[in-house]
Write a protein that binds this ligand. Structure first.
Ligand SMILES: [Zn+2]
Ligand SMILES: [Zn+2]
Length: 319
């Protein structure tokens, strides 16, 4: 299974500005001062191996959209944030005019999680099958509403694909197709959200975004540790730094990098991926949050080590 991140920012898409690019260039030039490069390849190798991640990359980008590529015939994707547009381009290119079957799993219907759907190319291709899975009663209503006049020029009813809404039962494993099983779990968030645990051939991925945790509530923490238990990858809402999450932004419905480490340690999960980045944070801030989480993991590590990454648009993880 390959996880492909098409959108990793929370709340609203964020683009690099010209000032950001000049800043990255100026800092890279400083790092390289005194060095000379004989070729583009030499310079590229220096940039890839010696510069900080925040100088050579950018964290998302698009709002949530995460693909699970099983290498089979059908597509599987969590949330339809603005990352659904490039995901749709990828589907159309790979299908080469054959209609696709796309299984969507909706954590909830806040705008940042549905806004990419009107720009999802396969929805306009006759013969395409789209199954939208979720636990809320309002999923279909939200998809129809965002494309209703006067807010969007193409009404949902005009889409060419056949679109089916499938209600999933909370905490119950459901077989989807091609050997993939999904179990939804209720999360603390305005209007509720649901995490999804995916399992296939002994591998497991947990997609858990827009979820606030009250770790002082032991039963709640243990419930999530069970949900994450031994997962190969946990894609986790780390919108805030811990200090923000427990003070000014308590009850805003999101979590932090440090809580992600604690829950994954309790669950003995293997790889934590920080996700749903705060739109106000620049790349240097997000890199420092990642370093802080890695340092905390090292300091609190018992007999189980946890890999910690930060998601960015374009990241792929194989398992
Ligand atoms: Zn969100
Ligand atoms: Zn939300």
């Amino acid at each position: 299974m390959r996880i492909r991140f098409w959108g990793t920012r929370g709340s609203i898409p964020v683009a690099l500005t010209s000032a950001d690019i000049r800043d990255k260039l100026a800092r890279a030039l400083l790092e390289a001062s005194g060095r000379s490069f004989a070729s583009y390849e030499d310079a590229h190798a220096f940039a890839s191996s010696e510069l900080d991640f925040s100088l050579t990359h950018t964290f998302g980008g698009h709002t949530p959209c995460v693909e699970l590529d099983l290498g089979g015939e059908e597509y599987y994707v969590c949330d339809m944030g603005s990352g659904a547009r490039p995901f749709g381009v990828h589907v159309l290119a790979r299908q080469a005019r054959r209609p696709a079957t796309v299984n969507v799993f909706m954590s909830h219907v806040h705008w940042d999680h549905i806004m990419g759907f009107p720009f999802f190319g396969p929805a306009y291709v006759p013969g395409t099958k789209i199954r939208i899975h979720g636990c809320h009663d309002v999923v279909e209503q939200a998809f129809r509403l965002q494309q209703a006049a006067p807010c969007f020029p193409v009404d949902f009813a005009q889409l060419a694909a056949s679109i089916e809404f499938v209600k999933l039962e909370v905490d119950k494993p459901t077989a989807i197709s091609e050997g993939l099983t999904v179990t939804p779990h209720l999360q603390l968030h305005s209007g509720d959200s649901f995490g999804f645990r995916f399992e296939r051939h002994g591998k497991s991925v947990v997609y858990t975004t827009d979820s606030e945790h009250k770790l002082e509530n032991r039963a709640e923490a243990e419930g999530f540790a069970d949900f994450f238990r031994n997962a190969d990858v946990v894609i986790f809402d780390a919108m805030y730094a811990l200090a923000e999450a427990i003070s000014v932004k308590a009850d805003w419905g999101h979590s932090s990098n440090i809580v992600g480490v604690e829950l994954c340690q309790m669950a003995r999960a293997k790889h934590l991926v920080l996700f749903h980045h705060e739109p106000a944070n620049d790349d240097a801030t997000l890199e420092s949050l990642l370093k802080e989480a890695r340092r905390f993991e090292e300091l609190t590590r018992g007999d189980h080590s946890l890999k910690v990454s930060a998601a960015y648009d374009g990241l792929e993880i194989d398992l």
